[in-house]
Every structure is written in C-alpha cells, then in structure tokens.
Write a protein that binds this ligand. Structure first.
Ligand code: GSH
Length: 217
C-alpha cells in the first residue's frame, strides 16, 4: 500500500533534520518501506483539506490506503507495529520499547520544546532572560537521569528499537543549544543513532527536499 507523509514545504531549519517528518522518514527507512512526501505550506496547514488529516494543523501526517494518522508517536508506533525491524518479538521487550517511545515524547521532549518556545516565540519578552536558565536546568535534570540509565550500553533496552529512534530524534532537537554535549554518553548515543544507514538516508532525503529549487529541480 502506498505511503504518503506530509512535510513543511520548506522546513524553517533549512534541512537540519529537526522537523518531525524526519523521524517518520527514519522509521520508514528502518522498516524498508518506500514513501512519498507531500509538501504543505504554513497557510495550507491551517486549511480544511489538511485539517481533515491533522486536527491541529501541523505536519507530519501519514496516509496509507484508507488510513490517515497524525502525531509522530502514533505514526512511528504504527510503522513499528506493521513492519518488522523496529520492535522486538518478545512481548515484554516490545512493551519496554514502546515505553521508551512514550518516555521520549512525554518526559524528555516537553522541556526541550519549552526551550525552543522560550527562545523563538517569547525571546523578546522582558522575563525571557530569567526563564531560559530555568528551562535549561529542567532539561539537564532529565538528560542526567537518562544518561545515568543508559550507562555504557549501546541502546536503551538491548537492540535498537523504535524507542531509541524516538529518543534520539528528541535529543537531536536539543543539540543546537549545546546542552546535549554536556552529557557525553547521550551525545555518543545520538551519534550512534545518526550513523545508522536508515537515518543517513532519511536525513539526506529531507535535506534534498528542503533545499530543492522552487521549480522542483
Ligand atoms: N506532537 C506533534 C507535534 C507536531 C508539530 O509540532 N509539528 C510542527 C513541525 S515539527 C508543526 O507542524 N509546526 C507548525 C505549526 O504548529 O503551525 C507530533 O509529534 O507529531
């Protein structure tokens, strides 16, 4: 069944791979599934046609036959459930890998998002200077806990899984702040994830997509 995802017509990051379509591309590459990408402009994202796919007017979305999904957690979980390669066969190991998807999105990503909001949407507010270090410390607290859990192992729970994909994807978003590099084990973990051929393909594809010429060449 043909898979189509949506992505920013032009990602605001210019192809750094931080927009969330990258994690979906990565999951599809890990699962060996071909897919098409439909670009959506900021204006089109808020129009009825896109809102029918994504009630919050965001990207990415995922269409496969009659199925339409939004939320990267649900999309990556769906890909990992439908295709082999991203979740272990053992039921308990599978449940633990799924737990890491939730942990990445519900526990690690929120303060990272808060930092981006504080910098880019609220950076001109008078209280912003005082707020930023508080958020940075909340991120450090979480990364410290994650680093302690990871220790010196390669992946969060045995073999690489959708949980690692989501966690590395979330951690990549904090790297530009410099905070990730304060945690060498986590920086190395992200580097291992980035070195995976599937990530390399996903990254290259989003870069080509976000730097294509306006005429489509
Ligand atoms: N929780 C959602 C967040 C989706 C999201 O924030 N998408 C961003 C791009 S990475 C977006 O569409 N931003 C534009 C907007 O919100 O108007 C998910 O994981 O899919």
């Amino acid at each position: 069944m043909k898979i189509t995802i949506t992505a920013f017509e032009r990602s605001p990051d210019g192809g750094m791979g931080l927009a969330r379509d990258t994690r979906v591309r990565w999951a599809l590459e890990e699962a060996g599934q071909p897919y098409a990408v439909r670009p959506v402009s900021f204006a089109a994202m808020k129009q009825p046609a896109h809102l029918a796919l994504h009630p919050f007017g965001q990207i990415p979305t995922y269409e496969e036959g009659g199925l339409a999904l939004f939320e990267t957690g649900a999309i990556v979980f769906h890909i990992a459930s439908r295709y082999p390669g991203l979740l272990p066969d053992d039921a308990d190991a599978r449940a633990r890998a799924i737990t890491w998807i939730f942990a990445a999105l519900n526990t690690v990503e929120p303060p990272i998002l808060e930092l981006a909001t504080a910098k880019f949407a609220e950076g001109d507010k008078p209280w912003s200077k005082e707020r930023l270090p508080l958020i940075a410390d909340r991120i450090r607290h979480r990364l410290g806990q994650l680093s302690a859990h990871l220790g010196d192992v390669e992946w969060l729970d045995g073999t690489f899984s959708a949980g690692d994909l989501m966690m590395a994807s979330v951690l990549l978003r904090v790297r530009p702040s410099g905070i990730l590099d304060e945690f060498p084990r986590l920086a190395a973990y992200v580097a291992r994830a980035e070195a995976r051929p599937a990530y390399q393909r996903a990254f290259a594809d989003q870069l080509a997509f976000n730097t294509r010429s306006p005429t489509g060449g």
